[in-house]
Design a protein around this ligand. Structure first.
Ligand code: PLP
Length: 402
């Protein structure tokens, strides 16, 4: 076994099952292993590397700020945080933002805001607030967040779990209406379920949910940690349904592929429930993260990455759909968030990814049957074509085996 791989296995917890490749360098859509072999990255760190690896202007902004002032905590103001918060509020149309680091922390922030809003504004009786979530959701890995999960493995062995959540089927607005009670604080939903295997709900689903939430004074909170920041061909995936949620969670690509940067955004009356001491994070909103987050948003616009993701995503999906094979059960997604569902009777998605790896394309399976195809947003058409060539080659090879 490779000595570095062995070290990770020996000293590290076994909570991941990586493909056997040791990466040492990245630039744009490409990464290189320790033998100098180049791969096209169709994983993008679960959509956290939308700007491409080591984007030179992002790295420059990071390095420049790191030499000036990196970290002071929220005990003081800085010359960077206000600029970042203004930009993210303006781009999302939200009133206020609360910066955190990882996605899970921003989701926890959303849950705390929703509960306190329910008690102080909606006047739900103490400790009775409910949050409605969807089956198949993925919102992170903390104890409270796995308490919302329908995935047995995420919960099993980690009890006692947090209560106050109700699960409904995804993509079914009638189920939402049925689940709402006078104690419902919020409906937390992903516009497309990423970790569940790139599950796209019926068109108009979010719009109907938004109307129901408005009618019943329930907060609609969209988790766009994976779908946001241009990934689906719009700045936010909820734009496809013309929806402006009451609360919004962003992360992953907001850090420009360099740092963990997340944020919870909301309407003024929701964010105003927080008073000093209610919530916090030592690193949340530090000047280094604020600088990188701001630069990530500016570069997204300057380099026209959102429209480009829409065009490349459309082209990629059209071409994929022209590759009919008994091996492929389904092609789905939006923009450059695409899932290829492999018929498990022929091949496992992991085996498929291992074959792609040998051919110089990196991806990872989700839920045994789906291969994620989510490259950095600046992928060119020639690069898409080369991925299509590799996919075609591997599919033909597997077909010939059966
Ligand atoms: C990745 C993800 C999270 C969790 O983000 P972390 O940074 O891993 O904590 C939450 N929600 C969605 C939709 C995600 O894709």
């Amino acid at each position: 076994m490779h000595p570095l791989l062995e070290k990770e296995q020996h000293y590290g917890a076994h909570h991941y099952e990586p493909l056997p490749v040791v990466l040492t360098r990245g630039q744009g859509v490409y990464v290189w292993d320790d033998n100098g072999k180049r791969y096209l990255d169709m994983m993008s760190a679960y959509s956290a590397v939308s700007h491409g690896h080591c984007h030179p202007r992002l790295v420059e902004a990071l390095a420049e700020q790191a030499q000036r002032l990196a970290m002071v905590s929220r005990a003081f103001y800085t010359d960077k945080l206000g600029l970042f918060l203004q930009k993210i509020c303006e781009m999302t149309g939200q009133d206020k933002a609360l910066p955190m680091n990882t996605g899970a922390e921003a989701v926890e922030t959303a849950l705390k805001a929703a509960r306190k809003w329910a008690y102080t504004v909606k006047k739900v009786p103490q400790n009775c607030a409910e949050v409605i979530v969807c089956e198949g959701n993925f919102h992170g890995r903390t104890i409270t967040i796995v308490s919302m999960s329908s995935e047995e493995q995420y919960r099993e062995g980690f009890g006692p779990l947090t209560t106050g959540f109700k699960q409904i089927p995804y993509g079914d607005e009638k189920a939402l209406e049925k689940a709402i009670t006078p104690n419902t604080a919020a409906f937390l939903v992903e516009p497309i379920q990423g970790e569940a295997g790139i599950r796209v709900p019926p068109a108009g689903y979010l719009k109907k949910c938004a109307a129901l939430c408005r009618k019943h004074n329930v907060l609609l909170i969209c988790d766009e940690i994976q779908t946001g920041i241009g990934r689906t061909g719009r700045f936010l995936a909820c734009e496809y349904d013309g929806v402006k949620p009451d609360g919004l969670v962003l992360g992953k690509a907001l850090g420009g592929g360099l740092l963990p940067v997340s944020v919870f955004l909301s309407r003024r009356d929701v964010m105003d429930v927080f008073t000093p001491g209610d919530h916090g994070s030592t690193f949340g909103g530090n000047p280094l993260a604020a600088t990188v987050g701001l630069a990530a948003l500016e570069i997204l616009v300057k380099e026209n990455l959102i429209a480009h993701a829409a065009d490349m995503g459309q082209y990629f999906m059209d071409q994929l759909k022209k590759m009919p094979s008994p091996l492929i059960e389904d092609v789905r997604g939006k923009g450059l968030l695409v899932g290829l569902s492999i018929n498990p009777r022929y091949y496992s998605a992991r085996e498929f990814c291992l074959r792609l790896m040998v051919e110089g394309v990196l991806s990872k399976d989700t839920h045994q049957t789906v291969v994620r195809l989510a490259p950095p947003l600046m992928i060119t058409q020639e690069q898409v074509d080369s991925v299509l060539g590799v996919l075609n080659k591997v599919i033909k090879e597997v077909e010939n085996k059966f």
